[in-house]
Design a protein around this ligand. Sequence first.
Ligand code: WT7
Length: 656
Amino acid sequence: MSQPTIESILQENRLFQPPAEFAQAAHINSWEAYEQLYAQAQADPASFWAGLAERELHWFEPWQQVLDWHPPHVKWFVGGKINIAYNCLDRHLTTWRRNKAALIWEGEPGDSRTLTYAQLHREVCQFANVLKQLGVNKGDRVGIYMPMIPEAAIAMLACARIGAPHSVVFGGFSAEALRDRLIDAEAKLVVTADGGWRKDAIVPLKEQVDRAIANDAVPTVENVLVVERTKQKIHMEPGRDHWWHDLRVGVSADCPAEPMDSEDMLFILYTSGSTGKPKGVVHTTGGYNLYTHITSQWIFDLKDTDVYWCTADVGWITGHSYIVYGPLSNGATTLMYEGAPRASNPGCFWDVIEKYGVTIFYTAPTAIRAFIKMGEHHPKSRNLSSLRLLGTVGEPINPEAWMWYYRVIGQERCPIVDTWWQTETGGIMITPLPGAIPTKPGSATRPFPGILADVVDLEGNPVGVNEGGYLVIRHPWPGMMRTVYKDPDRFRRTYWEHIPPKDGQYLYFAGDGARRDEQGYFWVMGRVDDVISVAGHRLGTMEIESALVSHPAVAEAAVVGKPDEVKGEEVVAFVTLEGEYVPSEALAQELKQHVVQEIGAIARPGEIRFSEALPKTRSGKIMRRLLRSLAADQEVSGDTSTLEDRSVLDKLRGGA
Ligand code: WT7
């Protein structure tokens, strides 16, 4: 098994047609239908999106202008009034879907719960009223630091209902990382749980919140709302901390959805970049609602008979768009799972599919590669015949893993949608439409209608067929991020200036390398910046370096990714020590633990390499390319003439 390389995927020419039976019943049912939609959207994007917005969503008041594009700032459905929680809940209540399962939850120690649309609506309204009682007003930011339990989705929808932007922080982030995000978002309230179940252990979420906000470190936080999950003993600060089950008693379930301006902020979600602290990616209401709605419908081919399961955590954009908002806006049944596959329960995903008759399954390549290692007998001993569609997201999928997924999980019956997108794009951008677009293992295939994707060089010129270049988007789309929270300059610099506008046209720079083949299929090769992907989690090398140098022993640190069979990449840190420290295994362990404390377990270096110096250019820039080769134990190739001190390289090679 290997990571996709240019060589391996250039040779990839297998083509899988959409199964006829699948295509017949699909929302988008032929190549011609796709091409027609694509052409229509390309010719007149504003009318294309406006037509869908009118047909697919409920608006309290119509918009006056579909698109307002002052690059790089965009507004969609200007003046329109809408509420995404209304579209996800209320509008289904007047139909037969009222008593349909909206959310199926499978909890870790065998707990489970199903909420119908009517029940979910009731929970959300009560939660929203409790937030209001605690002083949360329209526009106030709410931090959400939760395990994968229904209340995570309920809290998000409750915030959306009253117009309080949420900022969900993945429960695997440390107290320090949580603190940074709460400070930046200026959160007024934090929703958390006493704890969460993670791989047979309890994650002490409330304790982490206590640590994050201790000593008034986040002065904006007035209250903490705590959901009971694991029932271990926790500290409740009088006047600040409140149990959800206490406050909800006697609270009305009547809470009209606040009519929001289409461009009102819906949420902030922090993501790592190549420089500085994580960026607060801002998404707004109307465009995001439309984009997640229609991509969910067409890409996952959602039907009322489906049980749809996305295995992401709600702490990531995938959870926001494709566990909560997209599926619910369509009135679908969405499944949420608290557990994770592990040695003690390698078949747990397949048990969930069998138990609930899951029809659509969306997961990450890293999970698939882990399943390959665990062995075929686990899925083969379960009944997976309910499945009709499979999806992947998060990183390039190597053709070998794609084929295994197709053969063993999909039993050669299910199309696979390999979906390329980002936190910034709000929703899926390049993907097969499963009833229309033939698939090739390892390719995300074609852009979604309305997405003008291209591969260009650094001057913005399109590159030739099968030539590598930078993945860009030429026209704004409704789900695109609006800005970096409180930092519009960073928004402009990061996404719009790497490649200068060409002929007055601005290009959105995704940070990925790609090529396009003879059929116009996109092959995404991975990041071209200093962002690495460990088990599908996006990490900025600079963040990990900052964490390392905050330890007293560390003078300098450089972090690179090293290819890993299962996780895609692994963190390798090159570290030089302050004079009085000497390298040791104990110190390496301590530094790894330090990173876990500063960021979270997802950033834990797999390897610390001590060295006397780091390879630098004459202008003092660390030569990461060299370090990447060294980390991967490859020959250092290419130009090293800019290296300032060649002896550094020899020492590093010799192993420190
Ligand atoms: C980066 C975005 C968007 C959901 C999860 C990740 C990589 C994502 C694919 C894919 C190749 C992919 C890219 C992208 N990526 N999906 N199907 N094929 N690469 O969101 O944390 O914002 O990371 O994930 O490198 O830029 P994210």
